[in-house]
Design a binder for this molecule. Sequence first.
Ligand code: ATR
Length: 273
Amino acid sequence: MIKTAVIGHPINHSKSPIIHRYWIERYKMQGKYEAFDITPANLNARVTALVDAGYTGFNITLPHKEAMFYLCAEVDDVAHAVGAVNTVMIKEGLLYGTNTDVFGFTENIKSNAPEFDFKAGKAVVLGAGGAARAVIKGLIDEGVPSIVLLNRTKERAQRLLETATNASLITVMDWEHRDTVLKAANILVNTTSLGMDGKDQLDIDLSQLPEHTLVNDIVYTPLHTALLSKAEARGNPIVTGIGMLLHQARPAFQQWFGIMPDVDVPLETMVLA
Ligand code: ATR
């Protein structure tokens, strides 16, 4: 029996159990995937208990993604670049941390816009939180020539540069310039929470965006955010955010169960339901 889980606080919003349980059944694995609500004060003790109970690995969601770094015996380059661990493999009592959000972002684009060429021009990234770090790492690894980064709090974007690989490719600009920087963009990615159900809308004028520019929103509630609808209406290719969530789960499942699972329509439908 391969025992896996997701840990976080709160945990009831997490879609990870739906995804991994779907794959466990589909690939007929002898395993289980649980969800544990663990407070920051209990993190250390509860993680030790998972190791002692013979768990193979687990996912980490808010607010433990940064704290997990310090509980791991080893953390790979991707997790270092993102500054957060979202997946752990346990081997001989030791924790090995990685971050699968970079893969999730890149694979979402590759599978839903296969003709898109990362190298063909500059990327514009809105936001400078944890998700932005993963998106930027993905863009740089895929060879984008340059990135313009805009965040409401400019200092946060500047801090992101301090730890980014190839920071020389990134230019930080004022949030107020988000309409004009769209000129000559090859891809626009929203990594802010703007446009999410219950949050403010992203106020952006797309009139300077070239028509071929790919627009991707990592928000997936709603699936078609106002940004994506606006982009689609003017003829831009779009990629929704749900794929990043689904694809980031694949390498975790592969580490634990030894099979690289597929993302299919029934899975996407279940997660969106
Ligand atoms: P995550 O780790 O998921 O990216 P986060 O760290 O809370 O989440 O980051 C949320 C992002 O949305 C940030 O870039 C945030 O901008 P600030 O760094 O200035 O807070 C952005 N964001 C949230 N509300 C916003 C708003 N009303 N206007 C502009 N940006 C906003």
